[in-house]
Design a protein around this ligand. Sequence first.
Ligand code: HEM
Ligand SMILES: *[C@@H]1O[C@H](CO)[C@@H](O)[C@H](O)[C@H]1NC(C)=O
Ligand SMILES: *[C@@H]1O[C@H](CO)[C@@H](O)[C@H](O)[C@H]1NC(C)=O
Ligand SMILES: *[C@@H]1O[C@H](CO)[C@@H](O)[C@H](O)[C@H]1NC(C)=O
Length: 329
Amino acid sequence: MSPLLPHLVLYLLLLTVVTGETLQPRFYSETCPEAESIVRREMKKAMIKEARSVASVMRLQFHDCFINGCDASLLLDDTPNMLGEKLSLSNINSLRSFEVVDDIKEALERACPATVSCADIIIMASRDAVALTGGPDWEVKLGRKDSLTASQKDSDDVMPSPRANATFLIDLFKRFDLSVKDMVALSGSHSIGQGRCFSIMFRLYNQSGSGKPDPALEPGYKKKLNKLCPLSVDQNVTGDLDATPQVFDNQYFKDLVSGRGFLNSDQTLYTNRETREYVKMFSEDQGEFFRAFEEGMVKMGDLQSGRPGEVRFNCRVVNRRPIHGLLEA
Ligand code: HEM
Ligand SMILES: *[C@@H]1O[C@H](CO)[C@@H](O)[C@H](O)[C@H]1NC(C)=O
Ligand SMILES: *[C@@H]1O[C@H](CO)[C@@H](O)[C@H](O)[C@H]1NC(C)=O
Ligand SMILES: *[C@@H]1O[C@H](CO)[C@@H](O)[C@H](O)[C@H]1NC(C)=O
């Protein structure tokens, strides 16, 4: 054996600890060659059952990756000694379609037991949500491990409010090495799906405590939202995030240009000088939006915590049980 070999092994070990898993395309080509087609098939089934569900699943990538990296921490159910991410301010009564992820996991466990991580399922399924609704299709890097823990507070500390303005969002995304262009393109995810009245009541009736609606709202659209969300409304009632909520296209950006953004965080991208140029560009050139979106999704998918992980058997629970802060083998 070369005398350098032990050093090399140690070096590689350290590298793995520091940078986390090494992600690569076709990671499961030997161990589970059908993995990607199984996920695509299950997403197609979910979409036929309920069109919105694929948007709801795609949102999971954002809420997973921003909290300690893409490690499926947000899929963990609470336990008596762990309050997870599902109850956090941005997630409670809002994140949905967890059962779609469960179905995908079940299908994968049948085909290749204990092989494909829940974190990778989220990444593949999010890509599929976009491809299945008319958006771009791209190759994803895989090989993530699932977290052993989750924290409600970690999510509360990071996830942005629908009230957020562009300046705040630029700074937030910068902390994750995502540029202004990445942030605007990724907001284009709101080309599909819905939001609750709860998320826009302040905009409609009391923007920034002014007692008035957000002046950026186009009057006709404002009227429509007032009808959907009167002051007395059940705030779980939902409205479309753009004019074509089942099609992944650049309609979202056209809507922002005409003052028809649903969330304050959406419309502010057109009000703000720095982000407006990108909104304009994407509204005029769908190809440019698609390219920037893919790039943003891949970059967001690279976020990792460097913490130890495992491949869960069930996406909602960890396999290994912590004992006195240590982990059982
Ligand atoms: C830029 C900052 C962002 C903010 C402030 C934000 C906020 C929100 C809010 C408030 C909702 C509606 C939730 C509700 O009313 O229950 C929503 C929905 C959604 N978000 Fe975001 N979001 C952001 C970025 C993203 C990103 C980066 C993605 C994915 C790449 C994403 C994907 C989605 C999707 C697909 C929906 C619709 C989900 C459904 O229909 O169930 N969002 N977002
Ligand atoms: C944007 O939001 C931040 C934090 O919420 C606030 O301090 C700032 O004044 C806002 N900027 C604008 C231009 O409204
Ligand atoms: C609007 O918000 C401000 C500040 O949060 C609050 O003091 C005021 O009572 C609100 N007005 C209405 C009509 O709800
Ligand atoms: C929405 O529904 C949930 C579950 O039924 C309920 O607990 C919550 O209070 C409702 N939220 C709003 C804003 O009305």
